[in-house]
Structures are given as structure tokens and as C-alpha cells.
Design a protein around this ligand. Structure first.
Ligand code: NCD
Length: 303
């Protein structure tokens, strides 16, 4: 039985197969409409979510399966003090696969150790978000045509942004990727990520001003400042609007630069950018359903 805790749980060949499957699902949905008949997905979300939870639910329903779950820790027995280890033992009897989001780093991993069904990490605190990374990689592969040879700028909250951490790890395995980290001093990429890049001798640069690097980027990955992970409101308020991508700044960028964002957006991308052909974030969210369909089929060994 396999779980998905980190994007590194799949090697790059397995990722290719997953993305081929996601693309086939997109092109031939009818072929997959009953693959999960009789199967149940449990969505155990201890933290807020729109896209991740609903795209998992949509994915399972589109495969013919059914969905149970909770979207708020307070409506589950966690509010009574139940541990994730106990909860997952129970969920194992009710469902065939589980997507879990938790505010504590490592909680889905703890659950997977006691689980009798595949567990998918749907975001654990400020740590990792592997299914967002699968979505990001599929978007890049489909829109750029390849997953190597590009310069990617990651901009915003690189300290607490779990999507950033997972994406850097995943991209570190492809050829000739140059990373530009654009953040205020307080929100720099964590040391453990920098150490990973140093160990692999991968090129990266840390800068503060987006305007200084935007012209060099093939992909710009914008992120929201993660309000819920700040210890005090004052720091959040000071940093929340540090970056705002607008059409002025975008005029400095390459004509085919891809703009990605895991969403939700707050102020970091002005809505005027949405009509620019380079803005790919809404399309990116759509790819999230196909890739999660492919993931469910893979982990349930139905393909
Ligand atoms: C992200 C998350 O939950 O980490 N959202 C998502 O799943 N698409 C990004 C964020 O909340 O900023």
C-alpha cells in the first residue's frame, strides 16, 4: 500500500506516468467515469480549504466513487481530544482512501503509519503540499511542454508557504532549473531547503525586489502571505502587501512568462492581470482535478 506524503514519494518516471494518465483523463473523461464505482474517499480536513478539498471530492465523484468527510476540526472528534492515529483507524473501516489536511506538520505522516488505507497529505502546516505540486508540475508540463530548462521565480511567503517547499523539492530533480527566490528578509526560504539545493549544487538566487528579476523569469510562482502562520498580527499587516503584481510590473516580463499561483489570492496579484494571456492560475486549478483523479486511481491500483 502506498501513501503520498511528499512529492518525492514518486520518482520522475512515476510522475510522468501520472501526468500522462491525468492528460488522458482530461481528453477521455467517459473512459474513467466508473473506475471507482463502489469506492469511498474520506476527506479529513482540520484546516480551511476550498480548492484542495473540493477538487478531491470532484475527482472521486467524476470517477464514479463516493465521498465522506469533515471540513472543520471542530465538527470532528478532534474537538473531543481524539488523536489522528485513532481517527485514521476508524476512517480505515469507513473508506478506501483518505485525503488529510492538518495544521500540524507531520500529522498526515503519523496517520499513514496507523492507516489500513492509502493516506494523501493534503497540506500539513507550513511543511508540504504534494498534491498542489502535482497540479503545478502538470500545469508547467502542459503549458511549457517540458519540466526542465527554465528559470522559475518564487515570490512572496517562501518561509511558511508549503506549496513553495514541495515545489522546490520536486523541481530539484529536473535538469537545468534555476531558482530565483523573491521575498522579504523575514519570509525567506527555510534553511533546510537551501541546504538541499546546496547539496545538489543547484543554482539559486535570493532577492527582495520582484522588478529586479522579473525580466529573467520563464515562470513566476506568486504566493499569498500565510496569515494563519504568523505569531503576531502586526508582522502580517506589515508584510501582506509587500508584493503586488500588476500590469506595470508585468510589462517588464517575457512575453511567454507563465504566471502561476496555488490560490487563494489576496492582494498579491491585481485582478487586472487576470486577462493577461500569461495568467495561468485559474487553468492551474482545473488541472488539480485531473491530477487528483490520476492519483486516486494510482494509489488504489485501478489503472
Ligand atoms: C494553498 C495551501 O493550502 O497551502 N492553497 C491550496 O491548497 N491551493 C496555498 C495557500 O493557502 O496560500
Amino acid at each position: 500500500m502506498r501513501h503520498l506524503m511528499s512529492p518525492m514519494d514518486f520518482d520522475t518516471n512515476e510522475l510522468d506516468r501520472l501526468f500522462d494518465l491525468a492528460t488522458d483523463i482530461e481528453n477521455n473523461p467517459a473512459k474513467y467515469a466508473h473506475k471507482c464505482d463502489g469506492r469511498i474517499l474520506a476527506t479529513c480536513f482540520y484546516e480551511p480549504s476550498t480548492r484542495t478539498r473540493l477538487s478531491f471530492e470532484s475527482a472521486m465523484l467524476r470517477l464514479g466513487g463516493k465521498v465522506i468527510g469533515f471540513s472543520d476540526a471542530n465538527s470532528s472528534s478532534a474537538a473531543k481530544g481524539e488523536s489522528v492515529s485513532d481517527t485514521i483507524r476508524i476512517i480505515s473501516a469507513y473508506a478506501d482512501i483518505c485525503a488529510m489536511r492538518h495544521l500540524k506538520e507531520g500529522a498526515p505522516m503519523v496517520a499513514s503509519q496507523k492507516s489500513l488505507i492509502p493516506v494523501i497529505n493534503a497540506g500539513d502546516g507550513g511543511h508540504q503540499h504534494p498534491t498542489q505540486t502535482l497540479t503545478d508540475l502538470l500545469t508547467i508540463r502542459n503549458m511549457k511542454g517540458h519540466l526542465d530548462n527554465f528559470t522559475i521565480g518564487l515570490c512572496g511567503d517562501l518561509k511558511f508557504g508549503r506549496t513553495v517547499h514541495s515545489l522546490i523539492k520536486a523541481l530539484s530533480r529536473y535538469e537545468n532549473i534555476r531558482f530565483i527566490f523573491i521575498s522579504p528578509e523575514e519570509l525567506r526560504v527555510p534553511d533546510y531547503i537551501i541546504e538541499l539545493l546546496n547539496e545538489k549544487k543547484l543554482p539559486y538566487k535570493e532577492v527582495i525586489r520582484l522588478e529586479d528579476e522579473i525580466a529573467n523569469l520563464d515562470i513566476l510562482y506568486m504566493t499569498r502571505v500565510q496569515k494563519e502562520r504568523f505569531f503576531n498580527e502586526e508582522d502580517y499587516v506589515r508584510l501582506k502587501d509587500f508584493y503586488v503584481l500588476n500590469t506595470d510590473k508585468l510589462s517588464l516580463a517575457k512575453k511567454d512568462m507563465l504566471i502561476l499561483h496555488p490560490l487563494p489570492r489576496v492582494n498579491e496579484i491585481d485582478v487586472e492581470v487576470d486577462d493577461d494571456p500569461r495568467a495561468a492560475y485559474f487553468k492551474q486549478a482545473r488541472y488539480g482535478v485531473y491530477v487528483r483523479m490520476a492519483l486516486i486511481l494510482t494509489l488504489l491500483e485501478l489503472c
